[in-house]
Ligand binder design. Structure first.
Ligand code: HEC
Ligand code: HEC
Length: 266
């Protein structure tokens, strides 16, 4: 988790001076994402936002918030900004509650697209499983404990990502890399190369998952070189998986859930 300090600093910076947020670390994650937070965000949403965005985020006078991709930026920090500052020149007003309430709103807005992927997918998940197997996806990804560790675990991917994100992940991986999947490329002071998926980072330290799947933690002061690579370690399958195969694969991913995720929009 990021330190609460950074989060509250951001909240204050956004409130006082919107431009300051652009210099803030764009790895900032929402610290308030529990079921209770989503519910609290939902109450604020229904009283202040539903009038334009629809009670289930389906959009009307305001944008559709259920697709999982946001034109004004999809990172947590971007949503926080959009909602607090508004979108100048449009009907979207800036609204400012306290920092915690703002994050709860962000959590709720995100929940509008989660778990909907399976409903929206048009393909056949059973056939998609075969497409997944035929394209070597499991060489890098695990599903319920089986597969490689080069890429993230996909066991709950349908419950936690929107349909749009799943499609982009396969066709244009570089455009959909989440901050927790950025790769760290570093070197220790004695010249040993270090690499892995960046789980967490603050000013002084970084935690990553190395290619063997182990969690490792480093003090940045102990490293001779340190760089974060935001491009995807996944090849694009554009032009390789097409038509029904593509729709079926997306439907298969959308069907992957760890538990019957509660629909937070009720
Ligand atoms: C008076 C109508 C109105 C209200 C009230 C309103 N919005 Fe909006 N909102 C809009 C419009 C219109 C847009 C699209 C602006 C544009 O053209 O980009 C928008 C855009 C957005 C976006 C960006 C969508 C994207 O694709 O990037 C988010 C997120 C959002 N609103 C959330 C909220 C939240 C949360 C609230 C309540 C706190 C809220 N809005 C209240 C009208 C409204
Ligand atoms: C060479 C290894 C590799 C292969 C092969 C591969 N991936 Fe990936 N995949 C990754 C890495 C690394 C990431 C994390 C970076 C990113 O999001 O692009 C990723 C990300 C993803 C994500 C987004 C995960 C998230 O948390 O949002 C999905 C979905 C996905 N891959 C599906 C697939 C499917 C389906 C296939 C087979 C068609 C596949 N991958 C093949 C390495 C791979």
């Amino acid at each position: 988790m990021n330190s609460r300090h950074a989060i509250f600093f951001l909240a204050v910076a956004v409130a006082v001076l919107p431009a300051a947020a652009q210099h803030a670390d764009d790895t900032i994650r929402n610290p308030f994402t529990s079921e209770e937070d989503i519910e609290a965000g939902g109450r604020l949403y229904r009283s202040h936002c539903a009038v334009c965005h629809g009670i289930n985020g389906e959009g009307a006078r305001g944008a559709d918030l259920t697709t999982g991709s946001f034109r004004h930026g999809s990172a947590d920090r971007d949503l926080f900004n959009t909602i607090s500052v508004g979108i100048p020149g449009t009907e979207m007003p800036g609204i400012f509650f306290n920092g915690r309430q703002m994050w709860q709103l962000v959590a709720f807005v995100r929940s509008l697209s989660h778990g909907r992927a399976a409903e929206q997918a048009t393909g056949d998940p059973q056939k998609g499983r075969a497409v997944y197997a035929a394209n070597g996806c499991s060489g890098c990804h695990r599903i319920r404990g089986e597969g490689g560790r080069m890429g993230p675990d996909l066991s709950d991917i349908g419950g936690s990502r929107s349909l749009a994100h799943l499609q982009t992940s396969i066709l244009s991986p570089d455009e959909s890399v989440l901050p927790q999947h950025w790769m760290v490329r570093a070197k220790s002071k004695n010249g040993k190369p270090i690499s892995g998926m960046r789980m967490n980072e603050d000013t002084f330290s970084v935690q990553l998952i190395d290619p063997a799947g182990n969690l490792a933690s480093f003090n940045k002061a102990d490293l001779a070189e340190y760089a974060v690579d935001r491009s995807s370690g996944m090849p694009s399958f554009e032009g390789m998986i097409t038509g029904d195969d593509f729709e079926n694969l997306v439907a298969y991913l959308a069907s992957l859930r760890l538990k019957g995720a509660a629909d937070a929009t009720e």
